[in-house]
Design a protein around this ligand. Structure first.
Ligand code: ADP
Ligand code: MG
Length: 677
């Protein structure tokens, strides 16, 4: 056995269990050592029975007083009860269908019990706690991420066995000098200690060391990619004056839009590929800037591609851009999943022959069947980064276009630079004139009646409203999502707005159906759109003036702000109503904050400081490889140090010849993640 041995050859792990390990991304013995505990049970500081917290799990030390034997309870289960306690309180221990633990317990002896301590102040109760004898228990036990059929104890046993055999073979990627300078544990020690620490302090020290290494590898990988980027040559374009394009628009570009355009057009004339992030709050007019880039590429004889996160958005972009650019002869092609075979074949041919100048679609536009004739500019909308893999895909097709990433979620500049190194940033810090800020209010469901009254008034004046229905947990997605949006429509919305035309939109609809619903809403044939978050980004219906978001507590502020950005686009007075019955302080504070500002930058900053659920770094939106331990938001100091060291290593030894182990890790990190995005 060595570190690259497939997991199924480990003693005790057969093909079936190996299959389950694969679900945790564990393929080899080495991978298993990198499956780090998500938490620990600390048996070294047990609570007394009385002081055991009611919330969460804890370890309690108690003496066995008496065993009460087995009784049969409802459902045919056998219940075993044991009375225990200490000088502070009584503790009742209960197991179901598990007489074995009780058999092992000896009356008059003390044990440690781990689990949730419920009951009341007179008598605490633990149901099915984990038991350890007072002596011989490891002081700290790891808790691993679980998957069906593998429990934490089993994982711990496997790791322990592997470590006892292979610990000495774990190579050290970091130079000794670096370990000393930052007082880091050796790799061997930290791998052992993160699984089986002698104390929580040691676990922290191990984490610190592994986080540093992870960030160093990440930074080295980014430097490597970037240097490859620099060696590639993008199409060099001649400078083109965008004035004719600007003059053709029904409005004047804002100063911010003009500035961003200048920056981009300058980049396009260089042979180093552009790598630019265009940040602008919802409604700041990023599409126009993208159109200017397409215009210039077209005048230079190059194609452009624009990728959107959803089909709805792709369609909307295609139609907006076509309107703006067709007067100049730009042929726009929309490429979607649901296309008929013949139409698709035709479109692909037009792209390959260079007759389509702007190709718009979802990520599918990078799929194998698509061959560009001469791609000059690649743009993504509402995505934090043009992913490593997308770049590689294009390179395999022989294309090294200039890259523009558009995002409505402002990342503070310092953070963006830390994360992406020398990515350039253009900022649209100015909204087009004539916008009235959206009024935002937070209510509880008690006020739902009043709210629907208000919606009715709005609809009566000819306006349209969005109702975003309760979000479904990630794990219950798909059919549950559909069920919940449907029952929300039938049980809540329809009875209250029975006289109006209501549309329904959710992720399970076919693209054609989604398109049809959206189109009806756009054309004013629907008064109300009940939807899941598929409308989240970019959809533009100026006549819609109210956005209602149910279960608002389930979203991060940035997501709420995005949803709010769907209204307030037509110059009329607009409202965003956040419905939540959540009474937690943090939630209330978050929602109040959103009510108090419409400044996307402020909101992003708040999100960064008080991370809420589903916030924008939570879902790998940044396009970086997934990290196991490090957190780009909170490990800033380590990130800075790692970045500095990576630069130093890289400038002296760009091929990492003297750092073979690091070089391997860099390769692994970026390879493993080629399936991302
Ligand atoms: P976002 O940055 O959110 O993608 P869009 O590009 O969708 O914003 O623009 C939002 C709306 O503002 C669109 O209806 C667009 O036509 C309009 N718009 C863009 N630029 C200007 C401008 N300079 N003056 C007036 N309206 C503009
Ligand atoms: Mg947009």
């Amino acid at each position: 056995m060595n570190l690259s041995t497939p997991i199924q050859y480990v003693k005790g792990i057969g093909p079936k269990t190996a299959e389950r390990f694969h679900r945790l991304d564990v393929e080899t013995v080495g991978d298993l050592l990198c499956l780090y505990p998500r938490d620990y049970v600390d048996y070294s500081h047990p609570s007394t029975v009385a002081t055991a917290p009611f919330e969460g799990n804890c370890v309690v030390r108690a003496e066995i007083y008496s065993k009460q034997g087995e009784t049969r309870v409802k459902g045919g289960k056998k219940m075993t009860k044991v009375m225990a306690g200490d000088s502070s309180a009584m503790l009742e221990l209960i197991w179901f269908n598990n007489p074995y633990i009780a058999e092992k317990l000896v009356v008059g002896q003390e044990y440690l019990f781990f689990g949730k301590a419920g009951g009341n102040l007179d008598k605490r109760v633990m149901i099915a706690p984990v038991m350890h004898p007072l002596t011989g228990a490891p002081p700290i036990t790891p808790i691993y991420p679980q998957t069906e059929g593998i429990n934490s104890t089993f994982i711990g046993r496997c790791v322990s066995m592997i470590l006892s055999e292979l610990e000495e073979e774990i190579p050290e990627p970091l130079p000794l000098e670096m370990l000393q300078r930052y007082r880091l544990l050796s790799k061997k020690t930290s791998v052992h200690a993160i699984h089986f620490p002698a104390s929580l302090e040691q676990a922290m020290a191990a984490r610190r060391r592994l986080i540093f290494e992870e960030l160093l590898v990440l930074q080295l990988g980014l430097l490597l990619l970037r240097s490859r980027d620099k060696q590639t040559t993008a199409p060099v374009m001649k400078p083109i004056d965008p004035t004719p394009f600007f003059d053709s628009l029904p409005f004047r570009p804002t100063n911010a839009q003009q500035r961003a355009c200048e920056e981009i057009l300058q980049d396009l004339t260089q042979k180093t590929p552009m790598n630019r992030l265009l940040q602008g709050d919802v409604g700041s007019g990023k599409t126009l800037v993208a159109a200017a880039a397409v215009y210039v590429a077209f005048q230079n004889g190059f194609q452009s591609v624009l990728m959107a996160p959803t089909e709805i958005l792709a369609r909307q972009h295609a139609s907006t851009l076509e309107k703006m650019l067709s007067p100049f002869g730009v042929q726009t092609a929309l490429l979607t999943g649901g296309m008929r075979v013949a139409a698709k074949r035709e479109t692909l041919a037009a792209i390959a022959e260079g007759n389509a100048h702007l190709i718009v679609g979802t990520h599918a536009v990078l799929s194998d069947g698509v061959q560009f004739s001469n791609l000059g500019v690649a743009i993504t909308d509402e995505q934090h980064r043009f992913g490593v893999q997308q770049r590689q895909t294009l390179a395999r097709k022989g294309q090294t276009p200039h890259i523009l990433v558009m995002s409505a979620t402002p990342i503070p500049r310092t953070l963006a630079l830390l994360m992406y190194g020398d990515l350039d940033i253009s900022i649209l810090d100015e909204l087009p004139p004539g916008r009235t800020p959206v009024k935002t209010l937070a209510i509880t469901s008690k006020k739902r009646g009043d709210m629907f009254q208000f919606l009715e008034e709005q609809i009566e004046t000819g306006r349209q409203v969005y109702l975003v229905c309760p979000l479904i947990e990630e794990s219950e997605r798909t059919s549950a999502e559909m069920k919940s949006v449907k029952s929300y429509l039938e049980d809540v919305v329809r009875p209250l707005l029975s006289n109006y035309r209501i549309g329904l939109m959710h992720g399970k609809l076919k693209p054609k159906e989604k398109e049809a619903v959206m189109q009806e809403f756009k054309e004013g044939l629907l008064d109300v759109l009940v939807s899941t978050t598929v409308i989240e980004v970019g959809v533009d219906v100026p006549n819609a003036t109210v956005m209602v978001i149910e279960n608002a507590e389930r979203y991060g502020l940035s997501a709420l702000h995005q949803l709010r950005g769907r209204v307030g686009r037509g110059g009329g007075e607009s409202w965003c109503i956040l419905v939540s019955d959540h009474t937690g302080d943090a939630v209330q504070q978050r929602l109040r904050f959103l009510c108090s500002t419409t400044d996307g930058f402020e909101i992003a900053r708040y999100d960064l400081e008080n991370r809420g659920p589903g916030d924008f770094f939570g879902k790998r939106q940044h396009g970086l490889p997934a990290l196991k331990l490090a957190d780009l938001m909170t490990d800033t100091r380590a990130l800075k140090a790692a970045q500095k060291d990576a630069l130093e290593i890289f400038s002296n030894d760009p091929r990492l010849d003297n750092y073979p182990v690091l070089a391997d890790e860099v390769q692994q990190l970026f390879e493993q993640n080629t399936s991302m995005n």
